[in-house]
Design a protein around this ligand. Structure first.
Ligand code: KG4
Ligand code: ZN
Length: 331
């Protein structure tokens, strides 16, 4: 079964053909980064306009690269939530229209579940496991029992992990997009340059929740208070110290979940899963099997959408054309 995936939830216009939920035949990602860089953040109005311009050529390219005519695909999957409304509507409406005109089944998929599925495109992972979903908009630690069966254990109560990277990078004018820039700068910095406070671990139902506002405030407004005066105040040192704290906040909750649930396989997904320090620290835990998607599938792409779409469509699960976009992750 060859599924065409379409992804337009944020600032990448993407289309991909994946066979049987596993084999990527084509994977086209048109990034809008240069158009948002001037504002050091995604401008929703620009994003949806670019999606409207690019969606047809991007889908065409994905089909051409797969040497397929539109009628030769077996189904269409598009991201329906969460994301920027104006952006989501472009890909979702395009997907529904193509489905209707070709008479092929259509499925709307959840972007965060698709991020989780990305790891399955490159590795054999069996359920159950713990999911670590870290993107620009969401931070979720969850138990995963199937491709669409997740139990959320913890989320960020304020900024998402990627958002914290992006805001700190924007404030210090380090470059755009912030996460990848901080990761790169941190390679040449020393994490001991600043000792940022770690949010305390909660008990009870919030024990896996993450908070980034304290770290963000410390890094932006109270940097003098936490800086180690024996280190020069360079971008590299700042990036390394911030990244170290940001990653350790995540891992403290994740490791707690590993201990409590006894699940020793962790599957990561989302843009922040590309972070080299996160990957390294997780790899050091030899008692945990950690599965990261390849770097090319951490950020937004449509292969993960097509792959997850296959899981539904191969079971005969389809969406109705009344399915609409939503900014919210649940619903
Ligand atoms: O999954 P994604 O591409 O889009 C959303 O669904 O949000 O994630 C984008 C986020 C951005 O906040 C970006 O700064 C962050 O992922 N990111 C990183 C790295 N690469 C991208 N954060 C930390 N380290 C990285 N190497
Ligand atoms: Zn994403």
């Amino acid at each position: 079964m060859k599924i065409l995936g379409i992804e337009t939830s944020c600032d990448e216009t993407a289309a991909s053909v994946v066979e049987d939920g596993r084999t990527i035949i084509s994977n086209v990602v048109a990034t809008q980064i240069p158009f948002h860089a001037e504002w050091m953040g995604v401008v929703p109005e620009i994003a949806s306009r670019k999606h409207t311009e690019w969606i047809l050529p991007v889908v065409r390219e994905a089909l051409d690269k797969a040497s397929l005519k539109p009628g030769e695909i077996d189904g269409i999957a598009a991201t329906g939530r969460p994301g920027l409304m104006g952006s989501l509507l472009v890909g979702l409406t395009f997907g529904k229209t193509l489905s209707w005109s070709l008479g092929k089944p259509f499925i709307a998929v959840n972007h965060m579940l698709a991020h989780l599925y990305a790891a399955h495109l490159a590795a054999d992972v069996s359920y159950p496991y713990l999911g670590l979903l870290v993107s620009g908009g969401h931070t979720i630690i969850c138990k995963v029992a199937g491709y669409d069966q997740i139990e959320v254990l913890g989320t960020s109560i304020d900024d998402a992990a990627g958002e914290a990277f992006d805001k700190v990078a924007k404030f210090y004018n380090l470059g755009y997009p912030g996460g990848a820039v901080i990761d790169r700068l941190a390679e040449k910095g020393d994490p001991r340059a600043a000792a940022f406070p770690m949010p305390s671990l909660h008990k009870g139902e919030h024990r896996y929740d993450v908070s980034y506002s304290g770290l963000k405030t410390a890094a932006i407004n109270q940097i003098d208070q936490f800086w180690n005066p024996s280190y020069p105040r360079t971008d590299e040192n700042l990036a390394a110290a911030f990244q170290e704290a940001a990653v350790k906040i995540l891992l403290s909750r994740l490791f707690r979940a590993v201990e409590d649930t006894g699940l020793t396989t962790v599957v990561a997904g989302g843009g922040v899963a590309a972070n080299s320090r996160l990957r390294k620290l997780l790899a050091e835990r030899t008692d945990i099997e950690c599965v990261f998607p390849p770097l090319s599938l951490c950020g937004d792409n449509a292969a993960m959408v097509a792959g997850l779409g296959y899981q539904y469509l191969s079971r005969g699960i389809v969406s109705s054309f009344s399915e609409t976009a939503s900014a919210r992750v649940e619903g």
